[in-house]
Write a protein that binds this ligand. Structure first.
Ligand SMILES: NC(=O)c1ccc[n+]([C@@H]2O[C@H](COP(=O)([O-])OP(=O)(O)OC[C@H]3O[C@@H](n4cnc5c(N)ncnc54)[C@H](O)[C@@H]3O)[C@@H](O)[C@H]2O)c1
Length: 382
């Protein structure tokens, strides 16, 4: 068995996403399973090096994860030819600087979204990666959620007939930090630190809609800062300057109307933290992170409006759980495995820096739509 060892510089790995999703649940899980198999005779084995600014934090994370290589000197790690991939999960505003440094060293790039804080910069990064002749990838994890995989299967099998509309409901209550510990970083609520739910979530909705329902053609977005003050990691109060909720409607080239509510100021009374309801002429489905429930036209109850009587129909009873044929792995890990195969064997990987730039484009236009209180067309980026 031939082993392809791939050194991966993991910058920003001490953060929430870097530690949990990328290091522990992806890279270390891949190492624990013996690598990524390429046919019967080859295997890809990732070899991470943890990079950040704080030695103590890196040493502690290295000990926790069982990783011996860590460094506070990004330049040195980039100079080592054994490190072929640069991964970036630092804060968004920092990403272009790190990616550019890695491009100068001709490393393949894999990074979190948003790839930059402006479309111009996101497109520039994509062009620069192409010019450097390296491979690139951007996290688009929602595509590999078990619920969305089931939904894709229904779409591909023609279950919906003509798809008419999609309702996305994303969100949960994020504690302010005053009495209860906050469960997201405080920078998320400060514009000056590139926070805001529009920049965060519209990047996701872009690839979800593009990949499942057809390319987005126009949007209208209303943002809000519902909670004006929060308390940071040190317990200090600060003014919230970024949007914490977004109410956005998108149209697609195929004529599907998609409305997504995204909020850190709602309490959950629905199947999951993210649900998508897809309605079509022949059937509907509601997916959460893992589950999918469907209702065909034949099973659709004839609803009659009469609030004077208690409803006879139990609306949740006419939905069937879509069977899980396969066991789904962690969504971030699945995408990492695909990216590693892309790097080593050249497998197709369309989720690159250009795809990432499309997400930034939608977020930027969402902010513009909110500011100008109007619908905006989404120009094609290719
Ligand atoms: N794919 C997803 O679903 C998803 C979810 C949440 C966040 N994200 C993205 O991941 C990135 C990280 O988010 P997070 O929630 O882990 O944030 P975080 O604050 O928990 O982590 C940020 C990391 O960046 C480092 N960092 C901060 N400032 C830096 C600087 N100036 N230079 C170098 N490193 C610096 C921190 O030390 C930390 O390691 C963001 O871009 C965010 O948009 C993606």
């Amino acid at each position: 068995m031939a082993t392809h060892k791939v050194g991966i510089i993991m910058n920003g790995v001490t953060g929430r996403m870097g530690t949990n999703q990328h290091l522990l649940r992806s890279i270390m899980a891949i190492i624990a399973q013996g690598g990524v198999r390429l046919g019967d005779n080859d295997v890809i084995l990732p070899d991470p090096i943890l990079v950040g600014r704080d030695e103590a934090k890196l040493a502690a994370l290295g000990a926790r994860a069982g990783v011996k290589r860590w460094s506070t000197r990004l330049g040195e790690t980039l100079a080592d030819p054994a490190n072929q991939v640069y991964f970036d999960a630092t804060v968004t505003g920092q990403r272009p600087a790190g990616v550019r440094q890695a491009l100068a060293a001709k490393k393949h790039i894999y990074c979190e979204k948003p790839t930059a804080t402006t479309l111009a910069e996101a497109v520039a990064l994509s062009r620069e990666a192409e010019a450097a002749g390296v491979k690139s990838g951007v996290v688009q994890d929602k595509l590999w959620l078990p619920g969305l995989i089931k939904l894709k299967r229904l779409i591909d099998g023609g279950f919906f007939g003509k798809i008419l509309s999609v309702r996305g409901e994303f969100g949960y209550w994020v504690f302010t930090g005053e009495h209860d510990k906050l469960q997201r970083p405080s920078w998320n609520y400060r514009k000056e630190d590139d926070g805001g739910i529009i920049m965060d979530m519209l990047c996701h909705w872009r690839y979800v809609i593009d990949n499942l329902f057809g390319e987005v053609t126009a949007l209208s977005c209303l943002g809000a800062t519902h909670v004006p003050q929060r308390w940071d990691e040190a317990g200090k109060p600060y003014k919230c300057t970024a949007d914490d909720a977004a109410y956005a409607t998108f149209t697609t080239r195929d004529g599907v109307v998609c409305h997504f509510n995204s909020s850190w100021c709602v309490r959950v009374r629905r199947d999951d933290l993210l649900t998508l309801q897809v309605d079509g002429t022949q059937g509907s489905a509601v997916v959460g992170l893992r589950d999918c429930f469907a209702q065909s036209l034949a099973a659709t109850p004839r609803c009659v409006w009469n609030p004077d009587l208690a409803a006879e129909t139990k609306y949740f009873d006419d939905w069937d759980r879509v069977a899980a044929d396969e066991v789904c792995d962690n969504a971030f890990k699945v995408q990492w495995e695909l990216f590693l195969k892309h790097v080593v064997r050249g497998d197709p990987f369309p989720w690159n820096l250009l795809a990432g730039a499309k997400g930034v484009q939608l977020a930027e236009l969402g902010l513009q739509s909110w500011a100008e209180r109007r619908w905006i067309d989404v120009p094609s980026l290719v």
